[in-house]
Design a binder for this molecule. Structure first.
Ligand code: ATP
Length: 386
């Protein structure tokens, strides 16, 4: 399976950059997910990879060979679309064999491959049915199967699960990830759903306004986002943001936000010192804010507020707390006894806060290249509020 390389690739539609200065390398057998909001350039990038769009500038390489000018048919890529694009009047078998047949490749080996793909996808009992007689998930599997029968060098999937209901989507995510692992085919998958991206990708590429902002492992993106956009796009509910001021005394840096003061850790102070930013914004993920009674011992910084909304989901409860006129999202365990209007004391660990330059949005710790130390294991067991 080939490596895929984008070298300074841009795509202009009229005078609009759909994709701008894209440099990205995808490893042999890797599963990379492109994620970002609508219109950020994900599909255009995928279509350039497939050869359906030509880049305005730059080059695309497969295994070091320039394929920029190669037509789609000669790239050995297979693309699966959101719409399935199945032939409704043909049986599942005919849909799977259409590609090889149109290339006059019908043989016992092709027939064996179709049966093998059908078996892998759990379609072997449905080969004589037509798409209209299948569920959404089964249709999507036929679309995948059609791509697999081709044994392509690169798999391209454009929002293939968007038409499915939530539970089927979850199931198909696991199936596609499992299939990709077994086949080992270099795969690029486009979605606007960050949960899908994190659960499926070996690495995830986050796009916004035509630019690739960051490509990293799911953990890398979540723990060390380059900027405020990536930080708030990845993770659900979204990371909380609050403006902050800071002051320096005797070599240490104190921050003031959401009505509290805290002295930054050494490594945070170093990051701030190196950048010397004037306006600071603090980021704090909902799951890093705890009800004080249940907080791990390391979470020894308080926040005080009034409960605004309570939304139990079963496994956890989403609680919005009004702190200094700001709605702060939190996630509490299971069915919390908290009620709207309650005055609550919350706690966080200073090591869990993110420091953003409020003008540029850059994550100061990431930009400064400071590595936060790993947190010490908690000495207190987490308590589930029943
Ligand atoms: P979505 O998730 O909504 O599909 P996307 O991230 O895949 O969005 P693209 O489809 O790549 O985004 O579009 C990127 C930008 O390029 C958008 O501003 C879009 O309007 C524009 N664009 C895409 N295709 C064309 C085209 N054929 N002609 C003109 N503009 C286009």
């Amino acid at each position: 399976m080939p490596t895929v390389t984008f070298q300074s690739v841009s795509k202009l539609f009229g005078d609009i950059f759909a994709v701008r200065d894209l440099d990205l390398g995808i490893n042999d057998g890797e599963f990379v997910v492109f994620v970002g909001p609508s219109g950020c350039g994900k599909t255009t990038t995928l279509r350039m990879l497939a050869g359906l769009e030509g880049p305005s500038f730059g080059r695309i390489l497969f295994d070091g060979t320039d394929v920029t000018m190669l037509p789609p048919g000669r790239r050995d890529v297979a693309m699966v679309f959101q719409s399935y694009a199945l032939y409704p009047h043909m049986t599942v078998y005919k849909n799977l064999s259409f590609g090889p047949e149109s290339r006059r490749e019908r043989s016992a080996a092709t027939d064996a491959r179709i049966h093998e793909v059908a078996r892998l996808l759990g379609l072997d009992g449905m080969l004589s049915r037509r798409p209209g007689e299948l569920s959404g998930g089964q249709r999507q599997r036929v679309a995948l199967g059609r791509a697999m029968v081709r044994e392509p060098k690169v798999f391209l999937l454009d929002e293939p699960l968007s038409n499915l209901d939530a539970s089927l989507r979850t199931q198909m995510r696991v199936e596609i990830s499992d299939l990709q692992r077994r086949l080992g085919v270099t795969t690029v998958y486009v979605t606007h759903d960050q949960v899908e991206a994190l659960t499926m990708g070996h690495r995830v590429a986050v796009f916004n306004k035509g630019r690739l902002l960051q490509v990293d492992t799911p953990r890398g993106l979540y723990k060390s986002p380059v900027d405020r956009f990536v930080a708030t796009f990845i993770g659900s509910p979204r990371m909380n943001l609050a403006p902050s001021t800071f002051s320096r005394t005797n070599g240490s840096v104190a921050i003031q936000f959401l009505g509290t003061n805290a002295v930054l850790t050494d490594w945070q102070s170093r990051a701030l010192e190196r950048i010397g930013s004037a306006d600071l914004e603090i980021g704090l993920r909902p799951q890093d804010i705890h009800w004080v009674q249940d907080a791990p011992t390391r979470c020894n910084h308080p926040l005080f507020g009034t409960v605004h909304t309570v939304a139990p989901t079963g496994a956890e409860t989403f609680v919005t707390v009004d702190i200094q006129g700001r709605r702060i999202d939190t996630r509490f365990p299971s069915f919390s006894r908290i009620q709207i209007g309650d005055q609550v004391e919350l706690a966080y660990d200073l090591a869990d806060i993110y420091l953003f330059d409020s003008a540029t949005g850059q994550n100061l710790v990431h930009v400064a290249g400071v590595l936060p130390p790993r947190p010490a294991p908690d000495s207190r067991p987490a308590i589930v509020v029943g």
